[in-house]
Design a protein around this ligand. Sequence first.
Ligand SMILES: [Zn+2]
Ligand SMILES: [Zn+2]
Length: 1012
Amino acid sequence: MKNDFDLSIPKDFEEKILDFWGKNEVYQKSIKKDFKAPIFSFYDGPPFLSGKPHYGHLLATTIKDVVTRFFSMKGYKVERRVGWDCHGLPVEKYAEEKLGIKTKKEIEEKIGIEKFNKACHDAVLETKPIFEKALQRIGRWADYKNAYLTLDNSYIESVWWVFKNLWDLDLVYKDFRVTPYCPSCGTPLSNFEVNQGYRDVEDASLFIKFKIQQPTAYTPHSLSYALNPNTYFLAWTTTAWTLPANTALAVGPKFNYVKVKLENGEEYILAESRLSILNESHKIIEKYKGKDLVGLRYEPLFKIHDVGYKTRGAYQVLPADFVSIEDGTGVVHIAPAFGEDDFNLIKAEISSPEIPITVDEEGKMKKGIIGEGMFVKDADKEIIDDLKNRNLLYKSEKIFHTYPFCWRCESPLLYYPIKSWYIRVSSLRDKLVKNNKKINWAPKHLKEGRFGKWLAEAKDWAVSRNRFWGAPMPIWQCKKCGNVDAFGSLKELKKFSTKPIPENIDLHRPQIDKIKLRCGKCNGEMERVPYVFDCWFESGAMPYAQWHYPFERKDLVEKTFPADFIAEGLDQTRGWFYTLHVLATALTLKDIGLGKDKPAFKNVVVNGLILDEFGRKLSKKLRNYPEPDLIFEQYGADSLRLFLISSTAMGEDYRFSDKSVKEIYQKVIAKLVNSLKFYELYADKKVKDPRFKIQDLSVLDKWIFARLNETNQNVTKAMENYQLTEASRFLIDLVDDLSNWYIRRSRKRFQKPESKKDLANASATLKIVLIKTAKLLAPFTPFISEAIYSELSAQYIGHSARYKSLGIQDPRSKIQDSIHLEDWPKVDKKLINKDLLEAMKELRNTAALALAKRAEAKIKVRQPLASLKIKNPRSSPFGTLRGRQKSKIKEGLLNILADEINVKEILFDSKIKDEIELDTKITSELEIEGMKREIIRTIQDLRQEASYKPKDSVRLWVEASSRIKKIISDNLIELKRELCAKEILFGKTAKFDAEINTQINSEKIWIGVKKI
Ligand SMILES: [Zn+2]
Ligand SMILES: [Zn+2]
């Protein structure tokens, strides 16, 4: 590629590289591998097409991209088809907003399903490019043109096929149940959807008095005859709006209950261990077991004949094992319409229950019920006031507790009785658990933890939604005989349809509803049930539906199932990961082409949530995060990617701020850019083919090759195990070592080389290391890697067989168009000199100790000192060295150490007190040398400030003390050479390009410089 980009501006080179990838179809080239190349199968979890892409999307997409790029470089054929989840409530909510409506009724009566679904369809297609752009900008390579859409007919038909399989396995049933229900969306939710929306809220905690009924001839309960007319059960609730629907009270049969008398003469029955809730003094007058109370009757709190409820059998005490004495009173208010336990209790206790449903499907109190027409939460206050007025409220307090909200529209959820279709997931539990054993989870703890536990408790899955925009459920029911059947393909529908089905039919509602079928049992007319699928059923069906399995691409789907790899956020352990697993488990109960007893995926990487720097959720309201575009602009996609991969252990929550992305930019990207610039500026690029051998290289070169190959080994291993965080941290360390040690310590070799050969060796080493580091970084930071490769590959010297000894084993004879088409670098174990790595580590520790001593003595590093003594040569950096090279390496290391801490010599002395001893005495000779270095440094800074190139010749003017002038005169030749100065003149001038007024060892100096 043409390198016309500015490496100091991430946005500039990243956008140009994106352009280059696009124009040259580099992604497409990367998957056009040899047909023998092994397949690496990847499934894309389709994000919901609604709203704007946020950091959560960018995080998951980065993980997907890093892993697939890695395996592609490893030689696999990695097709990456993106998918978009087009259906479901989020889109419906968006369409409602656009159409200016709020309720389901308005869709049905005002807008019509056809127009409404068209609005949903358009909304999706409007959002798609926004998502594509964000994913592409962060560098996600994928096939965007052939993306799968869950709204396509072909997708829907495969979803039907999946469902029909479950139907035939008798895994589908219909039930009337109390389920989590969103009154605003007007539809039930599955238990795992509910799990996504719990929030802490404040509610009223109410202690209600239920007056015990005086005995009649029909109440045979022995206790009731001994009752004071002012005796009440004390029951507890936090949902006042459910009180009108009360039909029973429940007690724990084994618990101890007491009757207490208050000073005002009232008597209450409650659990003995809950007496602390009473505010005033009281006397215990009787004790019972819970079972003794069963059958006692009480007066209903509200009269609700208007809802048609028959009261026979109601308003009595029932035994229940879910009663708790952890909180409340040990007496539980039962509203069967609005609680799962409540409903099941009534169903178990009273056959054919007819239960009072006091709330309509929009969550409003029904006609004739207190709070009529009000939303349930708003009706609470009215109900509480009424109970207070009638002296039926013992007390009311505030309570903070968790309450479920709709994960999409944020309405508080209700538990509501409704007819739904269920998948019998509970019957698959054992298989679900077994198949999970075949999955590799990153992080590991999720396998037996969050996911494993969830599977062990798997509940039946409510899959029908009383909505409009979704894959319609393929169930038809006979109007005449009631026969119900499911259909798994368009072909089957055509076979039974009463009228020809048009070829171009859109399978969405309402068109699908118009298809009537002939009943196989009585020849009557069958109508479709009005439900659509839970959109999680659709996304769980993506392995099959994305390719229209089994109607098309049968081989491909069977060959790529299960996926080698998927990735999403932690919440998907109860969302997509779960539904993928459930459907795969069900479809492989028998081998129908997909194998037997299979999970849907073999490896899964799970990321945590992104929070702000204070640990709060990112929220539009708080404005506690920078827009992604701003981050791309300032620090580039590479920095964001590397932050997302390296900063936080997989699965843990992130602390995000633009500061932390900036840090990565400075620590890694900017350092790589500077290293590359350093190479461009100082390396000997004429040496195309230096015939060097590893033995001839300097210690620093040997060391960086050891570090490079060590890192290569570590990163490969970590990536093969899906440990992305670890892998990226190895690389960050390598970049740091390259820039802050190899280049820093090699500066002199490049700038003032001792020999041509050493410059050639250092130049070749730096180039090879830069290219290979870029390759290792390519999956993580694809942009800067590409930039480095394209800058250096034009003069790439790594293809000769001679370089095999340096870990360059590229079998290709020609340079690739892109670094991403290169093979993953191979490790040359011979170059990982462990002794040298260990010695260098020790050396750097020793240097740090010595520099600390300098700082303690307040002596600048530029001031040379006489010596550093090291106590024990064996535990010193050089103690571990072995072999033939020992003395040469030792000498090299001693020079590096002496250079780093600026001492004349390193001595070994076992008699010193500490580990090391720094001679801090500054002789006048050393002082003069120090001042000379200061003068050179000051002038070099000035040259830089004037933007001169290293080889530009200059004229210098100096005005200073006679001592400084003498130092300059005494070292004139050296100074002129070091500073590329033609002349150094004493005195002032006005003709300078740049000047500086400063002090050296508290002596004043003025310098002016001019290019000549
Ligand atoms: Zn909702
Ligand atoms: Zn029939």
